[in-house]
Design a protein around this ligand. Structure first.
Ligand code: PMP
Length: 334
Protein backbone atom coordinates (compact mmCIF):
# COMPACT_ATOMS: atom_id res chain seq x y z
CA UNK A 1 0.00 0.00 0.00
CA UNK A 2 2.87 2.38 0.78
CA UNK A 3 4.49 1.64 -2.59
CA UNK A 4 1.17 2.34 -4.32
CA UNK A 5 0.87 5.63 -2.44
CA UNK A 6 4.35 6.60 -3.68
CA UNK A 7 3.24 5.61 -7.18
CA UNK A 8 0.17 7.84 -6.99
CA UNK A 9 2.25 10.75 -5.70
CA UNK A 10 4.58 10.31 -8.68
CA UNK A 11 1.80 9.89 -11.27
CA UNK A 12 -0.18 12.85 -9.89
CA UNK A 13 2.94 14.92 -9.06
CA UNK A 14 1.72 15.64 -5.57
CA UNK A 15 2.90 15.54 -1.98
CA UNK A 16 -0.64 15.47 -0.57
CA UNK A 17 -1.02 13.62 2.74
CA UNK A 18 -4.46 12.32 1.79
CA UNK A 19 -3.37 10.14 -1.13
CA UNK A 20 -5.10 6.76 -1.18
CA UNK A 21 -6.91 4.21 -3.29
CA UNK A 22 -10.64 3.71 -3.26
CA UNK A 23 -11.80 0.10 -3.54
CA UNK A 24 -13.98 0.44 -6.61
CA UNK A 25 -13.69 1.36 -10.27
CA UNK A 26 -13.42 4.99 -11.42
CA UNK A 27 -17.03 5.58 -10.37
CA UNK A 28 -16.00 4.78 -6.80
CA UNK A 29 -13.46 7.62 -6.90
CA UNK A 30 -16.10 9.95 -8.39
CA UNK A 31 -18.49 9.03 -5.56
CA UNK A 32 -15.67 9.61 -3.03
CA UNK A 33 -15.06 13.14 -4.26
CA UNK A 34 -18.79 13.88 -4.25
CA UNK A 35 -19.76 12.42 -0.89
CA UNK A 36 -16.80 13.86 1.03
CA UNK A 37 -16.88 17.39 -0.34
CA UNK A 38 -20.55 18.08 -0.92
CA UNK A 39 -23.06 18.78 1.83
CA UNK A 40 -26.73 19.47 1.04
CA UNK A 41 -27.13 23.02 -0.24
CA UNK A 42 -23.48 23.48 -1.28
CA UNK A 43 -23.11 25.42 -4.52
CA UNK A 44 -21.49 23.14 -7.09
CA UNK A 45 -20.68 24.08 -10.69
CA UNK A 46 -20.09 21.32 -13.22
CA UNK A 47 -18.37 21.85 -16.58
CA UNK A 48 -20.22 19.55 -18.98
CA UNK A 49 -18.75 18.66 -22.39
CA UNK A 50 -19.66 14.99 -22.40
CA UNK A 51 -20.84 12.06 -20.36
CA UNK A 52 -18.59 12.54 -17.32
CA UNK A 53 -19.81 16.03 -16.45
CA UNK A 54 -23.37 14.74 -16.77
CA UNK A 55 -22.63 11.82 -14.51
CA UNK A 56 -20.92 13.95 -11.88
CA UNK A 57 -23.96 16.28 -11.93
CA UNK A 58 -26.22 13.30 -11.29
CA UNK A 59 -24.09 12.23 -8.32
CA UNK A 60 -23.88 15.78 -6.90
CA UNK A 61 -27.66 16.14 -7.25
CA UNK A 62 -28.17 12.93 -5.25
CA UNK A 63 -26.20 14.57 -2.43
CA UNK A 64 -28.44 17.65 -2.43
CA UNK A 65 -26.01 20.02 -4.16
CA UNK A 66 -27.23 23.41 -5.30
CA UNK A 67 -26.20 22.63 -8.85
CA UNK A 68 -25.25 24.82 -11.80
CA UNK A 69 -23.76 23.73 -15.11
CA UNK A 70 -21.80 25.34 -17.89
CA UNK A 71 -22.04 23.44 -21.17
CA UNK A 72 -19.96 23.01 -24.30
CA UNK A 73 -20.70 20.61 -27.18
CA UNK A 74 -18.98 17.22 -27.05
CA UNK A 75 -15.66 17.36 -28.91
CA UNK A 76 -14.85 20.86 -27.62
CA UNK A 77 -13.18 22.14 -24.42
CA UNK A 78 -13.53 25.12 -22.09
CA UNK A 79 -11.41 28.28 -22.17
CA UNK A 80 -10.30 29.92 -18.92
CA UNK A 81 -12.50 32.91 -19.81
CA UNK A 82 -15.60 30.72 -20.19
CA UNK A 83 -14.89 29.09 -16.84
CA UNK A 84 -14.25 32.44 -15.15
CA UNK A 85 -17.60 33.72 -16.40
CA UNK A 86 -19.24 30.60 -14.95
CA UNK A 87 -17.53 31.20 -11.60
CA UNK A 88 -18.69 34.84 -11.60
CA UNK A 89 -22.27 33.96 -12.54
CA UNK A 90 -22.71 30.98 -10.22
CA UNK A 91 -20.34 31.68 -7.28
CA UNK A 92 -19.79 27.94 -6.59
CA UNK A 93 -17.87 26.55 -3.62
CA UNK A 94 -16.91 23.48 -5.67
CA UNK A 95 -16.24 23.03 -9.37
CA UNK A 96 -15.85 19.83 -11.39
CA UNK A 97 -14.13 19.37 -14.74
CA UNK A 98 -13.00 16.35 -16.76
CA UNK A 99 -9.35 16.22 -17.88
CA UNK A 100 -9.65 13.46 -20.49
CA UNK A 101 -13.26 13.37 -21.73
CA UNK A 102 -13.34 9.82 -23.04
CA UNK A 103 -16.84 10.28 -24.53
CA UNK A 104 -15.97 13.49 -26.40
CA UNK A 105 -12.32 12.37 -26.89
CA UNK A 106 -11.00 15.76 -25.74
CA UNK A 107 -8.24 16.85 -23.38
CA UNK A 108 -9.01 19.86 -21.19
CA UNK A 109 -6.09 22.23 -20.55
CA UNK A 110 -5.82 22.63 -16.77
CA UNK A 111 -2.97 25.12 -16.34
CA UNK A 112 -4.17 28.17 -14.45
CA UNK A 113 -7.50 26.62 -13.54
CA UNK A 114 -6.68 25.84 -9.90
CA UNK A 115 -5.35 29.36 -9.35
CA UNK A 116 -8.49 30.76 -11.02
CA UNK A 117 -10.83 28.67 -8.85
CA UNK A 118 -8.96 29.67 -5.71
CA UNK A 119 -9.30 33.38 -6.57
CA UNK A 120 -13.05 32.69 -6.46
CA UNK A 121 -12.77 30.68 -3.24
CA UNK A 122 -13.78 27.52 -5.05
CA UNK A 123 -12.46 23.97 -4.72
CA UNK A 124 -11.43 22.25 -7.97
CA UNK A 125 -12.21 18.56 -8.61
CA UNK A 126 -10.63 16.96 -11.70
CA UNK A 127 -11.49 13.59 -13.26
CA UNK A 128 -8.34 12.26 -14.91
CA UNK A 129 -9.47 8.64 -15.27
CA UNK A 130 -8.77 8.64 -19.01
CA UNK A 131 -5.78 11.00 -19.08
CA UNK A 132 -3.37 10.53 -16.14
CA UNK A 133 -0.04 9.21 -17.45
CA UNK A 134 -0.94 9.94 -21.07
CA UNK A 135 -0.71 13.74 -20.92
CA UNK A 136 1.10 16.17 -18.58
CA UNK A 137 -0.54 16.58 -15.19
CA UNK A 138 0.88 18.42 -12.16
CA UNK A 139 -1.57 18.29 -9.28
CA UNK A 140 0.32 20.51 -6.82
CA UNK A 141 1.70 23.00 -9.32
CA UNK A 142 -1.70 23.39 -10.99
CA UNK A 143 -3.44 23.62 -7.58
CA UNK A 144 -5.95 20.85 -8.22
CA UNK A 145 -7.82 20.06 -4.98
CA UNK A 146 -9.20 16.61 -5.72
CA UNK A 147 -7.81 14.39 -8.45
CA UNK A 148 -8.61 10.79 -9.28
CA UNK A 149 -7.86 8.23 -11.94
CA UNK A 150 -8.63 4.61 -12.72
CA UNK A 151 -6.45 1.49 -12.74
CA UNK A 152 -7.44 0.20 -16.16
CA UNK A 153 -6.43 3.09 -18.42
CA UNK A 154 -2.82 4.29 -18.76
CA UNK A 155 -1.83 2.29 -15.66
CA UNK A 156 -2.85 -0.88 -17.56
CA UNK A 157 -3.90 -2.72 -14.38
CA UNK A 158 -7.24 -4.52 -13.92
CA UNK A 159 -10.15 -2.25 -12.91
CA UNK A 160 -11.15 -2.28 -9.25
CA UNK A 161 -8.98 0.15 -7.28
CA UNK A 162 -8.86 3.85 -8.06
CA UNK A 163 -6.18 6.32 -6.94
CA UNK A 164 -7.42 9.60 -5.44
CA UNK A 165 -5.73 12.53 -3.72
CA UNK A 166 -7.04 15.50 -1.70
CA UNK A 167 -5.17 18.82 -1.28
CA UNK A 168 -4.92 20.42 2.17
CA UNK A 169 -7.69 22.82 1.15
CA UNK A 170 -9.99 19.92 0.21
CA UNK A 171 -8.99 18.03 3.37
CA UNK A 172 -9.91 21.03 5.53
CA UNK A 173 -13.30 21.28 3.83
CA UNK A 174 -13.93 17.64 4.71
CA UNK A 175 -12.69 18.09 8.28
CA UNK A 176 -14.95 21.14 8.77
CA UNK A 177 -18.15 19.43 7.56
CA UNK A 178 -21.26 20.16 9.56
CA UNK A 179 -22.69 16.74 8.77
CA UNK A 180 -21.22 13.24 8.63
CA UNK A 181 -20.08 11.93 5.25
CA UNK A 182 -23.06 9.95 4.01
CA UNK A 183 -21.01 6.95 2.97
CA UNK A 184 -19.00 4.84 5.37
CA UNK A 185 -17.16 2.95 2.63
CA UNK A 186 -15.98 6.11 0.83
CA UNK A 187 -15.34 8.28 3.93
CA UNK A 188 -11.93 9.85 3.28
CA UNK A 189 -11.01 10.14 6.96
CA UNK A 190 -11.51 6.39 7.34
CA UNK A 191 -9.68 5.66 4.08
CA UNK A 192 -6.81 7.99 5.05
CA UNK A 193 -6.31 6.05 8.28
CA UNK A 194 -6.55 2.72 6.46
CA UNK A 195 -3.91 3.89 3.96
CA UNK A 196 -1.56 5.12 6.70
CA UNK A 197 -2.05 8.85 6.04
CA UNK A 198 -2.55 9.95 9.65
CA UNK A 199 -0.44 9.39 12.73
CA UNK A 200 -2.75 6.78 14.21
CA UNK A 201 -2.34 3.02 13.92
CA UNK A 202 -4.16 1.63 10.90
CA UNK A 203 -7.64 0.39 11.78
CA UNK A 204 -9.59 -2.23 9.89
CA UNK A 205 -11.95 -0.38 7.55
CA UNK A 206 -12.81 -2.93 4.89
CA UNK A 207 -11.09 -5.93 3.42
CA UNK A 208 -8.37 -4.61 1.15
CA UNK A 209 -8.54 -5.66 -2.50
CA UNK A 210 -5.17 -7.33 -2.12
CA UNK A 211 -4.67 -8.74 -5.61
CA UNK A 212 -5.89 -5.48 -7.17
CA UNK A 213 -3.49 -3.45 -5.03
CA UNK A 214 -0.57 -5.67 -6.08
CA UNK A 215 -1.59 -5.32 -9.72
CA UNK A 216 -1.84 -1.55 -9.38
CA UNK A 217 1.58 -1.47 -7.75
CA UNK A 218 2.91 -3.13 -10.91
CA UNK A 219 1.03 -0.57 -13.04
CA UNK A 220 2.74 2.28 -11.21
CA UNK A 221 6.10 0.49 -11.30
CA UNK A 222 5.77 0.27 -15.08
CA UNK A 223 4.86 3.97 -15.33
CA UNK A 224 7.86 4.89 -13.17
CA UNK A 225 10.20 2.68 -15.22
CA UNK A 226 9.00 4.22 -18.48
CA UNK A 227 9.01 7.66 -16.84
CA UNK A 228 6.19 10.20 -17.01
CA UNK A 229 7.79 12.38 -19.69
CA UNK A 230 8.47 9.36 -21.93
CA UNK A 231 4.94 8.08 -21.36
CA UNK A 232 3.48 11.45 -22.47
CA UNK A 233 5.75 11.43 -25.55
CA UNK A 234 4.79 7.86 -26.51
CA UNK A 235 1.07 8.68 -26.23
CA UNK A 236 1.51 11.76 -28.44
CA UNK A 237 3.54 9.84 -31.04
CA UNK A 238 1.03 6.99 -31.24
CA UNK A 239 -1.81 9.50 -31.52
CA UNK A 240 -0.06 11.25 -34.41
CA UNK A 241 0.59 7.94 -36.17
CA UNK A 242 -3.06 6.94 -35.70
CA UNK A 243 -4.42 10.29 -36.87
CA UNK A 244 -2.26 10.22 -40.00
CA UNK A 245 -3.51 6.71 -40.80
CA UNK A 246 -7.13 7.75 -40.25
CA UNK A 247 -6.61 10.63 -42.69
CA UNK A 248 -5.12 8.21 -45.23
CA UNK A 249 -8.28 6.10 -44.96
CA UNK A 250 -10.34 9.16 -45.90
CA UNK A 251 -11.91 9.35 -42.43
CA UNK A 252 -12.49 12.47 -40.36
CA UNK A 253 -11.42 13.03 -36.75
CA UNK A 254 -14.24 14.01 -34.41
CA UNK A 255 -12.32 16.73 -32.52
CA UNK A 256 -11.57 19.60 -34.88
CA UNK A 257 -9.25 21.65 -32.66
CA UNK A 258 -5.85 19.91 -32.72
CA UNK A 259 -4.80 20.98 -29.21
CA UNK A 260 -8.04 19.55 -27.77
CA UNK A 261 -7.44 15.99 -29.05
CA UNK A 262 -6.95 13.47 -26.25
CA UNK A 263 -4.02 11.16 -27.10
CA UNK A 264 -5.50 8.29 -25.05
CA UNK A 265 -8.83 8.06 -26.90
CA UNK A 266 -9.37 9.09 -30.51
CA UNK A 267 -12.82 9.84 -31.92
CA UNK A 268 -13.53 9.17 -35.61
CA UNK A 269 -16.66 10.33 -37.45
CA UNK A 270 -18.61 7.36 -38.86
CA UNK A 271 -19.24 7.99 -42.60
CA UNK A 272 -22.90 8.19 -43.59
CA UNK A 273 -22.82 5.06 -45.78
CA UNK A 274 -21.59 2.86 -42.89
CA UNK A 275 -23.18 1.40 -39.80
CA UNK A 276 -20.59 1.77 -37.03
CA UNK A 277 -21.26 -1.62 -35.47
CA UNK A 278 -20.61 -3.58 -38.68
CA UNK A 279 -17.05 -2.23 -38.69
CA UNK A 280 -16.50 -2.83 -34.96
CA UNK A 281 -17.91 -6.36 -35.22
CA UNK A 282 -15.57 -7.15 -38.14
CA UNK A 283 -12.51 -5.85 -36.25
CA UNK A 284 -13.43 -7.84 -33.15
CA UNK A 285 -14.21 -11.05 -35.03
CA UNK A 286 -11.18 -11.03 -37.33
CA UNK A 287 -8.54 -9.20 -35.31
CA UNK A 288 -9.81 -9.34 -31.72
CA UNK A 289 -9.43 -5.57 -31.71
CA UNK A 290 -12.16 -3.60 -29.99
CA UNK A 291 -13.18 -0.37 -31.72
CA UNK A 292 -15.77 1.22 -29.42
CA UNK A 293 -18.79 3.20 -30.47
CA UNK A 294 -19.80 6.63 -29.24
CA UNK A 295 -21.44 7.43 -25.91
CA UNK A 296 -24.35 9.73 -25.11
CA UNK A 297 -25.11 12.23 -27.88
CA UNK A 298 -22.43 10.67 -30.09
CA UNK A 299 -23.75 7.08 -29.88
CA UNK A 300 -23.80 5.65 -33.40
CA UNK A 301 -22.02 8.71 -34.80
CA UNK A 302 -18.38 8.12 -33.86
CA UNK A 303 -15.92 5.30 -33.23
CA UNK A 304 -13.47 5.54 -30.37
CA UNK A 305 -10.01 3.99 -30.33
CA UNK A 306 -8.11 3.76 -27.05
CA UNK A 307 -4.31 3.67 -26.97
CA UNK A 308 -3.16 3.67 -23.37
CA UNK A 309 -0.17 2.57 -21.31
CA UNK A 310 1.04 -0.92 -22.16
CA UNK A 311 -1.20 -0.98 -25.26
CA UNK A 312 0.10 2.31 -26.59
CA UNK A 313 2.62 1.03 -29.16
CA UNK A 314 3.27 1.70 -32.86
CA UNK A 315 2.59 -1.95 -33.66
CA UNK A 316 -0.87 -1.66 -32.08
CA UNK A 317 -1.54 1.50 -34.12
CA UNK A 318 -0.59 -0.45 -37.27
CA UNK A 319 -2.84 -3.32 -36.19
CA UNK A 320 -5.90 -1.19 -35.48
CA UNK A 321 -5.47 0.74 -38.75
CA UNK A 322 -5.26 -2.52 -40.67
CA UNK A 323 -8.36 -3.86 -38.92
CA UNK A 324 -10.22 -0.62 -39.60
CA UNK A 325 -9.19 -0.42 -43.25
CA UNK A 326 -10.13 -4.04 -43.95
CA UNK A 327 -13.40 -3.69 -42.04
CA UNK A 328 -14.38 -0.61 -44.08
CA UNK A 329 -13.65 -2.44 -47.36
CA UNK A 330 -15.58 -5.48 -46.20
CA UNK A 331 -18.65 -3.48 -45.09
CA UNK A 332 -18.67 -1.32 -48.24
CA UNK A 333 -18.37 -4.32 -50.58
CA UNK A 334 -21.08 -6.33 -48.87
N1 PMP B 1 -14.32 9.12 -15.86
C1 PMP B 1 -13.83 8.94 -17.10
C2 PMP B 1 -13.25 10.12 -17.83
C3 PMP B 1 -13.85 7.68 -17.69
O1 PMP B 1 -13.38 7.50 -18.92
C4 PMP B 1 -14.38 6.59 -16.95
C5 PMP B 1 -14.41 5.19 -17.53
N2 PMP B 1 -14.56 5.08 -18.87
C6 PMP B 1 -14.88 6.82 -15.66
C7 PMP B 1 -14.82 8.11 -15.15
C8 PMP B 1 -15.51 5.75 -14.83
O2 PMP B 1 -14.62 4.74 -14.58
P1 PMP B 1 -15.11 3.21 -14.31
O3 PMP B 1 -15.77 2.74 -15.56
O4 PMP B 1 -13.81 2.53 -14.02
O5 PMP B 1 -16.04 3.24 -13.16
Amino acid sequence: MDDVKDGIKYGFQTDNIWTVCVSGSGHGAMETSVCNLIEAGDKVMVCVNGLWGERFSDMADRHGANLSKIDKPMGTVFSLEEIEKGLQDNQPEIMFITHGESSGTTVQQLQGLGQLCHRYNCILIVDSVAAMGGVPLFMDQWEIDVLYTGAQKVLSAPPGVSPISFSNRARQKVENRKTKVRSYYFDMKELANYWGCDNEPRRYHHTGLISSVYALREGFARLAEVGLEQSWTTHTQCMQQLHAGIGDLGLELFVKEKSARLPCVTGIVVPEDIHWKDVSDYAMKNYRVEISGGLGAQAGKIWRIGLMGYNCTDSNVTLVLRALSEALDHVRNK
